[in-house]
Write a new protein. Sequence first.
Length: 1070
Amino acid sequence: MLYRRLRLVLRIFLIMLLVLSVLAGTALFVLHRNPEALLSSYRDDIAYVTGLHITAQGVHVALLPLPALVASAPTVEGHGWTFAADSVSLVPDYLALLDGKLIPRRLVLQRPRLAGSLSPQASGVQPPKHLFRPDPAALRELIRLGIAESARLGVEGPVQLVVDQGEADIAHPEGARLRITGLRCDLRLKPPERLRGRLSWRQASFSAPGQPDARLDSLLLFGKTENNGFLDRSPALHAQGTLLLSNWLARMDFSLDLNTTDTGWGMTSALRGDVRKNDVLLPFQLAGDISGQKTNHAIGLQNLQLVLGRDSAILNGTLEPGGTETFALHGRLELRRASLTQWLGFARSLAPGLQVALDDVTEGILTFVMDGKGLHVPHIEVSAAGSRFAGSGGVASWANPEVALDLASDSVDLGKALPESVAMRVKEPSYGHEPLTPRPGSPVLPDDPGVGYDIRLKAARVNYGPLLIDNAQVIIKPGLIDPVSRLEDTLLLAEGSLYGGSIKGETILGGAAETPYAIRLSLRNVDGTHLAQALPVIPVSGGSLRGDVNIQSQGKEIDVFLDKLRGTVAVRAQGGTIRPLRATEKKSSSIPFKTLDIGLKVRTAAWEQGRLGLEGQWTGSLTRDNMQLSTDLNGRLWFGGEADGANMEFRGIPGSCTLTLPPGHAPDSDGAQAQITGKFGFQAARDLVSVSEARVAAFGVEGSGSAQISLDAERPSWQGKFSAVSPDLAQTLRQVGMPAARPPQPLRRMELEGAFKGTPSTLEISGLRLRVDKNDIKGSVQVDWRQTPNLKYSLAAEKLNLDRYLEDNTPKKTAKAAEKPWDLRFLRTFNAQGEVRVGQLTAMKLAVHDLRLSSRLENGHLRYETLSARFYRAPLTVRGSMTFGQGLTVENSLYADGVDLKAASADRGGDAVLTGRGSLSAEIRAQMTGPGQFPARANGKWRISLTKGSYQTRDKAGNLKGKPTHFEAAGSSGSLINGVARSSDFYLKAQDMKLDGGGWVDLDKRTLDCTLTVNKTNLPEFPLRLYGSLDKPQTSIGAGKFLLNTLGGITQGVFDVFGGLVQGAWKIFR
């Protein structure tokens, strides 16, 4: 049975082979019989239909690989076209050939060359414009017209076209030109729909005036498809090649694979190459899968790899053609990395630090719907500047496009997003090319809606350097349009919470190329304690703060921005304290205040070595209940430069400082004010404050000088020079709280100058010079507070006249007078020692020369003595002590021997002149509890002696009158009890007279009562009484008037000269 079947199949095969042989032989016979006539008939038919002129050098029949007609060097001309080839081979339909018809089944073109112009006037044919639409319907229509035209040319049924090394050169009258070289194809068309085969060329180039040159190299297209249902019935299609454009596409290698299944189709694409932007080549890549279903028109996008430069993303989604007004794309974009700064123009105008932050946007996820109306992105996640943002966005309408973006983050580090905000200099990224979208600064035309934007960024926590801002929000949207330049501003609105208070800001970014800025910022009810802990550079702690900033500038570089900075800054703090900038455990002192105001009118600013310098007019005011301090500085202050930022510095800045004490809080009931002007300096890093060329006005004193103060926590110190003048010392004393002090008129003007240096526990004044009245006092003073305050001094004066100041102004006493007791215990709180040198000291009209007086005060006990002194040619020795407590105890001793009485009497003046030599010694003690008690409480002893002298009276003009009364010796000694000097050994010896006796002198009441016995030659002994007032004593004598006047004058002269010494001491102590 099997054998029979095989034999049947073999018989059928042999019969078919025999039939084919017969047919081939018949066809070959027909072709060989008259090939030229056959081909000429076909040529004439084509020429008739198309109007073309067709020629060939010769026609012959080729037997292999199939019998075919071959035309050598054919040409076709007409309608502006020229076609030529080395040869054209035509394999006919053999069955139709037997019927006398020439129907091509295979057409082979060897090195065909097509040239011509697409001129509608020449061809008389105008292709319908809708055929050039890039959609499947137009493509199908174009293929249908091609098949119909082929039928007119006698092409029926399946046909194969083979081209080898074809060329084409097609021009357009308007200048466009298309060239194709190295064309190869093997296409099989089975009308009416099916097409399969292979097409390739080496290069195709296109050029047109005003258009970029385009080139498609190494094209390869093969597969099979059908015109109806191009995507539904195409089993397989592959395309690859390289596309080049002269303007932006440097190169694009593409590979496309289309496959179909029973349920749908799929295409795998791979595009990669380089795009050109300002002569910079940027690599790109687009690769992934696209698919569709036969049951609907939706197109699926699977894992499309999108790469441009360093940026990359993956797109998945569904494209619905004919969706909401033309299309709808539902997708998800996974952003691996993207640079907004590189591609978007507005980002290039931002600060360099923000450009760096936007240059690296990563880990993004965007779920979106894009259609013909707009773009809706309900879910966005993205990472930038070290923070994770989430939110939504989109474009509501393409007709009036506005980009909306609403993103939020849990935490944002402003130092990473904008390093310039924390004083970090950052270099902006450089790409070598312009962005893909226009930069800001292009004029907005009235009819151009442009692209709007409404960007809202939120953060629950913003770290601004050491500061913490809560619930921050920034809104970015278009601002106003300048009516002249048509440049549009960008408006940024910001707000947040700062340490219990609020912060609000507004920035207007101008559209001009200079990038102008206008910034307004306000702070309200900020807690000063937390702010000072976070920002050590602020020397204010506690209370609440508010502030307003209104500045303008331009430029995105920090140097340009600061140089152009202008505007005002105002800050007010209430109920806080001023603390040291560099506080330590040993330096924790602070100054409380009621209000503190700081203002600045900015002229410019600078950035150097990590420091911010703000230059302008600085004002400050500190108010307390008992005082107000205001400052004014004009110059540049530097901030920062230290790790903690707690540094401030300025040098040689002109300014002023004013201290005002209101009534009730000043020594003077009218209040008081002190002001200092000069050039000020401050270096927080060195804890150094300085002032030079200073002018001071305080408490009626005008001064000048310079000072430098070190606030170092371990070794604070100060030094400088000063010069001060008090035109009215009485007014100065009144303003400092001593209204009862009324210095004598000669002491009303005082000048003081010197150099000082010290520490909190020491003060040294050197080069001291005090000018008061006609006195010039020089010396030095040292004060030490480390334990018990200790004062050391050394003072010297050429002349000092105490009589100008020690007027006898003892108040008159009454029975009801009540003196305020002394409390001198404050003199126990410090120690003092030193030396006073006076060339000439005058008191009570008596002069002491070359005085050196040393003193030492310790624990309320003062000791003093003369190291040297001359009292009218006699050495003078004074020693004493004073003890201070609830009163004063005085012990004093005085000794002088060999006093020139004539010189002393001449200096003292008076009604008489006493001459001779004298000696004086006294020891006086007194205990006083208040003023006016000396000499009533003076006790001690005294001695006076005179030798070889004389006495002579003077008239009112000071001229001597009469003859002098000479004496050999005189003297007295005694005691001093409660201000009453008593003596019983008074004597006076003259040539013819002798006096002796005694009595008392009350130095407090200024009275006396002395009784003397007079022995005169040739006269009996008689008594003499001197009594009454010490200034104008009365005498009682039993002798004649002449003797009374003589003896009384001598006695009065003695008391006058030596009593003056005691009275002088009394007035000094008083």
